[in-house]
Design a protein around this ligand. Structure first.
Ligand SMILES: [Zn+2]
Length: 280
């Protein structure tokens, strides 16, 4: 007989409460399974103190890590998606947007902001994977395009932090157009000779890899990040062959010439600032 039995039926805990680990508790690394204090994990830039596993984090954490004293001004903070195709899968797209906004406290899968990084002004667009898998819909594309416009107008370097499964299914063709739009804006940024650094984090796949994530003057990645276009299963089934070990890891992609370097998150701020300083 078990010690505890759940007598009441129908007890539901909202997802955001399940995931929330209050400060002062413990964090268990999903990679090495070892335990550390959440505060220690946070001061270590959300990387494991034992095996250096880089936990998936969102824009709020990256902004806090990068902007001096967490000082930044957000751009287009209230832009929200419409539903041009009246898309319905398991639930209507509009309902999904509202529910996700409520759950994540985000408006869409990317946030843009400008502020100082070790004294250098920088525009940073950062994706949030918690918002429908960091999928690229029209809001994501538009916010990135406008962030680039801000970079061009004010002559400030641009940093893109990608974490995405690719295009947003519910916006179909409208999602795909964002690839062309963001790429065209980046061409204007290059023409204006303003540096663009692209940071690829775990995972960066699909249409995001096929557009802005791979168009940096510097394409850099976090250790162990999954980077690819199609997933390994799809490729295996298409070519009918087994894939090499660590296929689509940041390290593999670096070795095959698609990345400039891999950066440990604990050194991210210093490296970005050094790079921006050199390019100035
Ligand atoms: Zn670990």
């Amino acid at each position: 007989m078990s010690w505890f039995t759940r007598k009441e039926k129908g007890i539901h805990t909202p997802t955001e409460l399940k995931k929330e680990t209050p400060d002062g508790l413990w964090y268990k690394c999903p990679s090495c399974k070892k335990v550390m204090h959440t505060r220690e994990h946070k001061t270590n830039a959300y990387t494991c103190i034992h095996c250096n596993y880089h936990e998936k984090i969102g824009s709020a954490e990256y902004y806090e890590l990068l902007f001096d004293k967490n000082q930044f001004t957000e751009l287009d903070a209230n832009m929200s998606s419409s539903d041009p195709l009246h898309f319905v899968d398991t639930k209507p797209y509009t309902g999904r947007i509202v529910a996700t906004q409520k759950k994540t406290n985000l408006k869409d899968a990317v946030r843009s902001a400008y502020g100082p990084v070790n004294g250098y002004d920088l525009v940073i667009s950062c994706m949030d994977f918690d918002f429908i898998g960091g999928s690229m819909g029209s809001v994501v594309g538009e916010k990135i395009a406008r962030a680039i416009d801000y970079s061009i107008t004010h002559k400030i370097p641009f940093l893109m932090i990608s974490r995405s499964g690719g295009a947003r299914m519910m916006e179909a063709g409208f999602s795909l157009m964002q690839m062309a739009k963001t790429s065209a804006k980046l061409a204007l940024l290059a023409e204006a000779k303003i540096p663009y650094i692209s940071l690829l984090t775990d995972p960066t796949t699909g249409g995001v890899t096929a557009s802005y994530a791979m168009l940096g003057d510097f394409n850099i990645a976090e250790p162990g990040a999954l980077i690819g276009f199609a997933g390994p299963r799809v490729i295996r089934e298409t070519i009918g062959k087994d894939l090499p070990k660590d296929f689509q890891s940041a390290e593999f992609v670096l070795e095959h010439g698609f990345l400039d370097f891999i950066v440990d998150r604990k050194e991210l701020k210093t490296k970005i600032a050094t790079l921006v300083g050199m390019l100035k």
